[in-house]
Design a protein. Structure first.
Length: 307
């Protein structure tokens, strides 16, 4: 895996404290939002959305699912709101660009003809990007109209949780390096990524599992998932930003979206580094249990008409 700064036990404890504090802050803000019954994207709301995006984007628990539920809790709806939760991904994208800058520069040099290894990886990423891009363009409106709801998210969370719990004990941690990835195997990972167009499935989950299925070592599968996100999330962010950027600014101004971006970046840096360190020894099982818990909570919120 591309070099990241080491994370010691003390750092992981600090992350746990930060995550716990962030979760408590998020719950408090949700209570405030529910009490006031407002639907404006003010600074506290933008910060919560940024926190949710940054923490969940690269973990196999689905950022889209979490943001869908949080949007409903805050009663934030409309074209500008839907575009904002896509554009806020820019903060998470920047986090991976910073953390994996050596690998990204290798691919840039490869595309310029100066780094064969970087060129092969860049080609593999482009091939893996194609299936989700094609299906997303073809079925994007249908997906938004029928699947962007708490019910479909809960179903995806539950199924994904079961898949993790069943598959995790059988996964091989050892395999080939990222440099061995071929266009054919990259395309298989790309087809799997298309499944994540269903909100709640998790792009990270399906690409990591697909990477392991085609023979990549766990660190290589995780890294490829992160790098593939640069293209996939970047394309979605650019599309919605160009199409609805004016709506976002006219509806919410500059400050609140900027705060969300910064919070998403900081949270994603912490989450990515933690996940890389955790998976050196831990398994995906914890994410399976988390997804089942999230699905149960989502069902309760639906049944009680909270969302």
């Amino acid at each position: 895996m591309a070099r990241l700064l080491p994370i010691r036990v003390a750092s992981m404890r600090r992350f746990a404290l930060l995550a716990g504090g962030a979760a408590l802050a998020a719950v408090a803000l949700l209570v405030v939002a529910a009490a006031r019954g407002g639907s404006a994207l003010d600074v506290p709301t933008a910060a919560v959305l940024g926190l949710v995006e940054g923490i969940t984007e690269y973990l196999p628990i689905s950022s889209t699912g979490h943001l869908t539920v949080v949007e409903r809790l805050f009663d934030i709806r409309g074209t500008a709101a839907d575009a904002y939760v896509v554009v806020i991904q820019a903060g998470a994208i920047l986090a991976v660009l910073v953390l994996y800058r050596d690998r990204v520069m290798s691919m840039v040099r490869g595309l310029l003809g100066a780094d064969p290894v970087g060129r092969r990886l860049a080609v593999a990423l482009l091939v893996a990007f194609i299936p989700a891009a094609v299906i997303g363009v073809a079925l994007g409106d249908t997906i938004k109209h029928h699947l962007f709801g708490v019910g479909p998210v809960a179903v995806a969370w539950a199924i994904g949780g079961v898949v993790i719990l069943v598959a995790s004990p059988r996964l091989r941690r050892h395999g080939t390096a990222l440099e061995s990835l071929t266009p054919r195997t990259a395309f298989i990972i790309g087809v799997a990524q298309a499944l994540a167009l269903w909100p709640g499935v998790s792009r990270s989950l399906v690409t990591i599992l697909a990477g392991l299925a085609v023979g990549l070592a766990l660190p290589a599968a995780v890294e490829f998932s992160f790098l593939l996100g640069l293209l996939t999330l970047g394309a979605a962010t650019a599309f919605d930003g160009l199409k609805h950027g004016g709506d976002i600014v006219s509806s919410y101004g500059i400050l609140a979206p900027a705060i969300g971006f910064v919070v998403a970046f900081a949270a994603a840096v912490i989450a990515v580094r933690w996940m890389v360190a955790y998976l050196e020894r831990g398994s995906l099982t914890v994410f399976g249990y988390y997804r089942l818990l999230a699905a149960a909570i989502a069902v309760v919120l639906l049944v009680t008409n909270v969302v």
